[in-house]
Design a protein around this ligand. Structure first.
Ligand code: ATP
Ligand code: MG
Length: 655
């Protein structure tokens, strides 16, 4: 069984046209990749030069994946400051260059262009305010802000004084927030009055008030004015950022940090279980974020780069803030959503700011595909050079739509596979170096050594045309260092199942050409009458039907087959579910993949349960399919709990 039906797979070769100007062409990729595995020390010693060190490192790599002794250290005797790298070192040449283009939720409100000089001033002031509030090197600060420039200032201000930030996505509830404040024993939380998003307002300060009822009295709350709406105020605990910024000094000395000092804590999305507090380092993380940003997106000086993620996710950390700013780039920060005021918003922003590289998630592409391409066609997208996706496997159908209508067939699409835990891209085609196959993450990044293991024996499966679990055989600088406060869980989660390897939790296939396809999470593999199959494949087949917008497939206990195939299907706007369509979809999957993949049950699903970052939570769908509603597990990262209730109701009606 293969992810991506070869019959539907068109290949796209842009390497010839893109290769002339690209940082990395095919020959260079081959040489650099080989060198990065043959002599990681030498490769990463060179790459370490792309950041500015206060005290240069002499040691490069000191890592072990040995059972019981998991240890990851890169550049361990070097010292540096991340904020100085992202701001100060650019001032001599880029003071007046735009660092951040901020696009507000409401298109009627003016965008802001923040220069590197302004970014420096703002970050220093924020750093001084945090110090006034008693924050010192090593202390933790929780950031609970809308997508406003102050979120970047706050991140960089923490980095500047050596505090460790933990960002909580502004869509999270007071409960999720208090758990994260307490989880790292934060000294300060930075929030705003309200967060405008999609024309609505989330009462952030009120949420913070509710969360702080469950936290130590000593936690201080710094409040940024976003909407200007009234909020309640606790004297002695709450501090007015805008007022303090008027008085704060314009300079703050960057703290000298060890390469291995933690830069931030960030929780994973919670797609598979309890979110994990991932800890990233200062030196290795920055080198890796900067390198991947430049090479994967083929970023050149003067380009306008837009990653649509929220800074509440790792994608926002690495590819809105740290990677781009370390490279002296111009990065777009968007406060809104793709579908408000209408389904053309992404493309309106691309046109308005002349975006060159555009990076988003398959969930957004599928949602916009469901609205029709006329929304894309209204805008001039001629400045786009490259497109990217991240977060889930992208169905070939969505890939083709993205390619045809957004990229007009002339922009390479980088399908980047990586995780909160990996800090930066692990597998992706490089524009100018690789051909593209819709749905394939193609090639490992420099220094990344993927292996395909047999899930039962744990042995490496060599050769091409093979499938198994995806592990990484050796460390890379962007790797997480530990789970905050629980190094044991770190070892158990990532190194216990397959000894000597980092286990990503995903399955993959190495095709006949040696290119990689992520087949989904290992937990999502189903076994139908003895045939193992990735749910992603059945989903892609369903989404390829013209009337299907989105699909999620899980296994459920089946008397004869062992596991049956249960499909949740969201139809395109305006399409009515009928018995005829039900039959048609079953037949469709049978022809697309084969009789073995024929759906046993299809449930019409107007909405699917998703994490706040837009990923389908299949573990919940599995429970519903199994008629087991009592133990849905951690649902705190669910975007819209009512979706689950609706699905359960419909399931129950089915008996
Ligand atoms: P949790 O670990 O809490 O269950 P999560 O795995 O969704 O949540 P993230 O770190 O946000 O948390 O997501 C990483 C995962 O997203 C990967 O392990 C993989 O399953 C999926 N993923 C990311 N990018 C891609 C991609 N390009 N192709 C396929 N899958 C991807
Ligand atoms: Mg994960």
């Amino acid at each position: 069984m293969t992810a991506g039906n070869p019959a539907r797979t068109i290949e796209k070769s842009l390497s010839e046209t893109f290769g002339e100007t690209a940082h990395v062409d095919a020959a260079r990729y081959d040489a650099m990749y080989a060198a990065s595995l043959a002599d990681p020390e030498a490769f990463w010693r060179d790459q370490g030069q792309r950041v500015e060190w206060i005290k240069p490192f002499t040691k490069v790599k000191n890592t072990s994946f040995a059972p019981g002794a998991i240890d990851v250290k890169w550049y361990e005797d070097g010292t540096l400051n991340v904020a100085a790298n992202c701001i100060d070192r650019h001032l001599a040449t880029r003071a007046d260059q735009t660092a951040i283009i901020w696009e507000p939720d409401d298109p009627e409100e003016a965008a802001q262009h923040i220069t590197y000089a302004e970014l420096h001033r703002r970050t220093c002031r924020m750093a001084n305010i945090l110090e006034d509030l008693g924050v010192r090197k090593g202390d933790r600060v929780v950031i609970y802000l809308p997508m406003i420039p102050e979120a970047a200032y706050a991140m960089l201000a923490c980095a500047r004084i050596g505090a460790i930030h933990s960002i909580v996505f502004a869509g999270f509830s007071p409960d999720a927030l208090s758990a994260r404040i307490n989880g790292c024993d934060a000294k300060v939380i930075i929030t705003a009055d309200h967060a405008p998003r999609g024309g609505r307002k989330t009462p952030l300060k009120a949420n913070a008030d509710a969360a702080l009822l469950h936290c130590k009295d000593s936690v201080k709350c710094l409040v940024v004015k976003r909407t200007g709406d009234q909020t309640s105020w606790v004297d002695g605990r709450d501090f007015d950022y805008n007022e303090m910024a008027l008085e704060a000094d314009d300079y703050s000395k960057p703290a000298e940090m060890d390469a291995e000092d933690p830069l931030f804590i960030l929780y994973t999305s919670g797609s598979t279980g309890q979110p994990k507090g991932v800890v990233h380092s200062t030196g290795g993380y920055l080198v890796y974020a900067a390198l991947t940003h430049e090479v994967t997106f083929d970023y050149h000086d003067g380009d306008i780069f837009w990653c649509t993620a929220d800074v509440g996710w790792v994608t926002g950390h690495s590819y809105i803030v740290y990677g781009p700013l370390a490279n002296g780039a111009t990065t777009v920060m968007f406060e809104g959503v793709p579908t408000w005021p209408d389904a053309g918003r992404f493309w309106a922003v691309c046109e308005k700011h002349k975006v060159n590289q555009f990076y988003t998630a398959p969930t957004a592409i599928r949602a916009l595909m469901g609205q029709g391409e006329e929304w894309v066609n209204r805008y001039d997208l001629s400045d786009l050079k490259l497109l990217g996706t991240v977060g889930e496997p992208i169905n070939p159908e969505a890939w083709n739509w993205y390619n045809d209508h957004v990229g007009k067939g002339r922009c390479p699409i980088v399908d980047t596979w990586w995780q909160t835990e990996t800090g930066g891209h692990m597998m992706t085609p490089l524009p100018g170096a690789h051909d593209l196959k819709p749905g394939s993450a193609m090639k490992p990044f420099f220094g990344v050594k993927p292996v395909v293991l047999d899930p039962h024996t744990g042995q490496e499966i060599d050769g091409n045309g093979v499938e198994g679990v995806l592990c990484i055989a050796d460390s890379w600088p962007g790797q997480m260092r530990t789970i905050w406060g629980d190094h044991d869980r770190f070892e158990k989660t990532y190194f216990a199942d397959y000894k000597g390897y980092y286990f990503a939790g995903d399955g993959c296939r190495r095709d006949a050409d040696g290119d990689y396809w992520i087949t989904g999470r290992v937990d999502d593999v189903i076994n139908v009458s003895g045939h193992r199959m990735g749910t992603a494949e059945v989903e892609s087949a369903l989404v390829a039907h013209p009337q299907v917008a989105e699909a999620a497939v899980v296994g459920y206990p089946h008397d004869i087959k062992g596991q049956g195939i249960y499909c949740y299907v969201t139809l395109m706007n305006g399409v009515e579910p009928t018995e005829a369509l039900y039959k048609e979809l079953r037949a469709w999957v049978r022809t697309e993949i084969g009789p073995i993949a024929s759906p046993d049950l299809i449930q019409w699903a107007p909405g699917l349960p998703k994490t706040r970052s837009g990923k389908i939570m299949r573990r919940i769908l599995r429970k519903i399919a199994e008629n087991d509603y009592g133990s849905l597990g951690d649902t705190s990262t669910l975007a819209d709990p009512s979706v689950v209730e609706d699905l359960i109701e419909n399931r129950m009606n089915k008996g």
